[in-house]
Structures are given as structure tokens and as C-alpha cells.
Ligand binder design. Structure first.
Ligand code: IPD
Ligand code: CA
Ligand code: CA
Length: 259
């Protein structure tokens, strides 16, 4: 399918890069001056670890796959035109990271002609590595994983998140929380969408939804969830990702409340 491209070798390389990025995260986490800046709003943070992590990955890809397109959260799209596009979130969970809360990850996805073919998510503090190649299964720290087999929403532990414009935009997910909370076991907000989605793939959470996610939040984890037998559906026709992720039965039940 892909001429002169070995996806298994590519996965091995990507895992090495993700672990190196994990070292960058841990070098700064709770230790060094983070040079915190704000982005789209005062709630949307950028640290030196985001910048250094992204620089590292983009440089590795430029060296290994110089003709591939790259979409990275902090630097945007590179100038290459290619069937292959890397989609990168250098630190997913920057608010946690900046506060000293250990739930954050690096997310590296690869798309071919717009479709996800590989995903790697690594949460270095917890040393949790998730990876998948389309059609070749999915692994968490080397062991195969599968989405939860729950059939009822009232037995399901859900996870969600809030958009960065929640201070100014009333369409900030609180209505969804109010509608669905009475019908599920409980709801968590961990703060790293890529990691949250991997917890869906492993069956640790039974359902996830969030609005206004970006390509870099979902690219890697979508392959991971689909390989784990789950579904990721978009509940609004918007350029940003408004998604529900779970097994097919729970996705259907969540759709009654998530608007
Ligand atoms: C954020 C995290 C968070 C989610 C936000 C994302 P960032 O990513 O994934 O859990 O609720 O929507 O933007 O900004 O830390 O890369
Ligand atoms: Ca993110
Ligand atoms: Ca990020």
C-alpha cells in the first residue's frame, strides 16, 4: 500500500521519539522554571516543555521523513505536500503539567491520505504507552487492549473536558453534564484528551465526550480506539472535533444526552 515505507519500523521509531519527549516532560515537571505563556485565552497555557517537545519531534520527522507533511499544535502545518501527514500534540494536558498534576501525555498520529494509520500516546509520569497500527491491533505497555464491554449507561464511568473559551462561551458543555450525569455511574475530568481516549481504548473509562477538540488531540487516539474495537463519532458537523468515544452500544446511549 505504501511504497518504500515500512510502517512497523516507523512505529518503533515513533515510540522511541515519544519516550524521548517523555524525558523532556519529566525534566521540567515540578522541577524547573516553566516560562508559562497564555494562548487563545488566559486559561490556555504554553510552557517551555511544549516548545522543546514539539521542536524535538518535528526535527526527528524532518530527518527521518523529509517529504512528509507535519501538523503540530504549536507550529502549525509545514510546507510539504504529501500523502503522509504527522499530527502532533507535544504536551496534551498542559494545564495539569503546569500545575504539577501528573496526567499529561505526548500524542503522535500519522495519517495517510487523510485517514489515521498509526497512533502513539505516551504518558511519561505514569509510564503508560499506548500504540496502534491500523489493522494490526493495539497495545498498552505491550499488552493487547479492548474497549469496555458495558452495555448500560447507568453502569458506565464517563470522562469529558471543557473548551478553553468556557469563560466567554455559554456553549461550554455544562448542559451536557447536567443532562447525562443522572444517567451514568459518574463523570471524571482528567485533563488530557489523548490520555482520556486511550483509557477508553483500554476499558478503564466506558465513555468519553468533548467539544472543540483539535486534530492533534484526537489523531493518534482515534486509531488506538478503533483498533480496540471502539467507535469515535462526531456529534456536530463542525471543523473542530465534537466527539463521543465508547463501544457502539454506549455511544448510542450517550447520543441521547450529548448535544
Ligand atoms: C487540552 C487537553 C484537555 C482538553 C482540552 C485540550 P492541551 O489539550 O486535552 O483535556 O479538555 O480541550 O485542548 O491544550 O493541554 O494540549
Ligand atoms: Ca491537546
Ligand atoms: Ca498541547
Amino acid at each position: 500500500m505504501y511504497k518504500e515505507f515500512d510502517i512497523n519500523e516507523c512505529l518503533a521509531q515513533t515510540i522511541t521519539w515519544a519516550k524521548e519527549v517523555g524525558k523532556i516532560h519529566l525534566e521540567y515537571f515540578r522541577k524547573k522554571e516553566l516560562s508559562i505563556e497564555t494562548k487563545s485565552s488566559s486559561y490556555d497555557l504554553l510552557t517551555i516543555a511544549d516548545k522543546l517537545s514539539e521542536e524535538y519531534i518535528v526535527e526527528q520527522i524532518r530527518h527521518a521523513y523529509p517529504d512528509h507533511q507535519v501538523l503540530a499544535e504549536e507550529s502549525g502545518l509545514n510546507e510539504m505536500v504529501s500523502d503522509f501527514c504527522w499530527v502532533i500534540d507535544p504536551v496534551d494536558g498542559t494545564t495539569n503539567f503546569a500545575q504539577g498534576i501528573p496526567i499529561f501525555s505526548v500524542s503522535i498520529g500519522l495519517r495517510y491520505r487523510g485517514k489515521g494509520i498509526m497512533g502513539v500516546v505516551y504518558a511519561p509520569f505514569m509510564d503508560e504507552l499506548f500504540y496502534a497500527i491500523k489493522g494490526q491491533g493495539v497495545f498498552h505497555n505491550g499488552k493487547p487492549i479492548h474497549v469496555s464491554n458495558k452495555t448500560e449507561l447507568h453502569q458506565s464511568l464517563l470522562c469529558t473536558g471543557f473548551p478553553y473559551d468556557h469563560g466567554t462561551n455559554p456553549d461550554n458543555n455544562t448542559d451536557n453534564i447536567a443532562r447525562i450525569l443522572p444517567h451514568c455511574r459518574d463523570i471524571r475530568r482528567l485533563g488530557s484528551a489523548a490520555y482520556d481516549l486511550c483509557c477508553i481504548a483500554a476499558g478503564y473509562f466506558d465513555g468519553f465526550w468533548e467539544m472543540n477538540l483539535k486534530d492533534w488531540d484526537v489523531a493518534a487516539a482515534t486509531v488506538i480506539i478503533e483498533e480496540a474495537g471502539g467507535q469515535v463519532i462526531r456529534f456536530r458537523k463542525e471543523p473542530n472535533y465534537c466527539i463521543i468515544a465508547a463501544n457502539a452500544l454506549i455511544v448510542g446511549q450517550m447520543q441521547e444526552y450529548i448535544k
